[in-house]
Design a protein around this ligand. Structure first.
Ligand SMILES: [Cu+2]
Length: 344
């Protein structure tokens, strides 16, 4: 949490410095970009580039999970201990923190085709309780995640409207054999949510509609993830289908914009099960407790430093408003995303 506050302070102080800089009438030859020509920061592959443009980006995402859900309702500790077919788990997850650092690069081959590569570094922590004696243990995993390569194709661009589609592949560079010391004192395989990658090659696709008029902007995106086959541990994460809608209003000479958005995400249950999880100690290791439908609401700020080659800062706060989970799962409390984008 400390890190988020530090980033926020940095974000706000640069913002103030920039306001002063723009007051002084400093100018550059680069075409000034509007803050809301990019979508809220949680939305990936929202824009393409002009020929030969290169853009680098960094995102920091943090997600906090706390409390339990079963189906569409809140669940109790007792629910979180109960196996789907009856009987009890020995261990009960308490809460989970996920941090993700994402590094991206975009390059436009032409005005019609842009390539994007993205890699990530993850840090996960899950606090667990052994029911029998009340002992608490925090299990951890960290390392690089999967690598995503995408091609963006401009389909239509006229007046206020831009439409593009993407096709990509996720390479299984993230580990699926993450272990930590269990309550028994010996090493054991962590649950599915603590693994760093999918282990499978995943087909990625999306389509985006973006409308920018003089007063405001809005857009929508539909995207999907299709797992190809099974991974080396004999399972595949559930396929994903997702839709996002958003609207944004620019102000401060178009240098800043605020946005609201909503996401619907449907992820299927895990197929197969991790071959190294021999006895399921908690719902975190149980494939039955995977897959969900969720609707989020988000609020975001974009800011572009027009006299610093359109260096862009963004922050977004995301809160689930509807959940429907399989079996019992930890509840996502909120997500925060901070990031920067820079045009070389
Ligand atoms: Cu870009």
């Amino acid at each position: 949490m400390k890190r988020i506050f530090l980033s926020l302070i940095l974000f706000l102080s640069i913002f103030i410095v920039d306001l002063k800089a723009s007051d002084s009438g400093h100018n550059t030859k680069l075409k000034k970009m509007r803050a809301d020509v990019h979508a809220p920061y949680s939305i990936m592959l929202d824009h393409y580039h002009k020929e030969k443009e290169i853009m680098l980006s960094y995102r920091f995402m943090t997600m906090k999970m706390d409390g339990y859900l079963s189906g569409t309702s809140k669940a109790t500790y007792t629910d979180a201990r109960t196996k789907q077919g009856g009987g009890n788990y020995m261990v009960v997850p308490q809460d989970m923190d996920m941090h993700m650092h994402m590094f991206g690069g975009m390059y436009a081959l032409s005005d019609d085709i842009t390539f994007a590569v993205m890699s990530s570094y993850l840090e996960n922590e899950m606090k667990m309780k052994r029911h029998a004696n009340g002992a608490i243990k925090t299990m951890k995993s960290s390392g690089i995640g999967d690598t995503k390569i995408n091609a963006l194709k401009r389909l239509y661009q006229s007046g206020d409207v831009k439409i593009h589609a993407t096709l990509g592949l996720s390479l299984p560079t993230g580990s699926i054999s993450e272990e930590d010391t269990m309550f028994s004192g010996s090493k054991g395989t962590l649950g599915y949510g603590m693994q760093l990658g999918s282990g499978t090659y995943d087909l990625l696709s999306s389509a985006t509609y973006f409308n920018t008029n003089s007063e405001y902007s809005f857009g929508m995106q539909i995207s999907g993830v299709k797992r190809i086959g099974e991974n080396s541990k004999d399972y595949a994460l559930g396929d994903i289908i997702q839709t996002n809608i958003w609207g944004a209003i620019p102000f401060n000479d178009n240098q800043t914009s605020i946005s609201v958005g909503s996401e619907f995400k449907f992820q299927e249950k895990i197929d197969g099960s991790h071959k190294d999880i021999s006895s399921i100690m908690s719902f975190a290791q149980d494939k039955e407790a995977s897959g969900f439908k969720r609707i989020d609401l988000s609020f975001g700020i974009n800011h572009v430093f027009q006299n610093l080659r359109n260096l862009r800062f963004a922050i977004e706060f995301i809160k689930p408003v509807y959940n429907d989970v399989n079996h019992v799962q930890l509840e996502t409390d909120h997500e925060i995303i901070l990031g920067i984008q820079y045009n070389l």
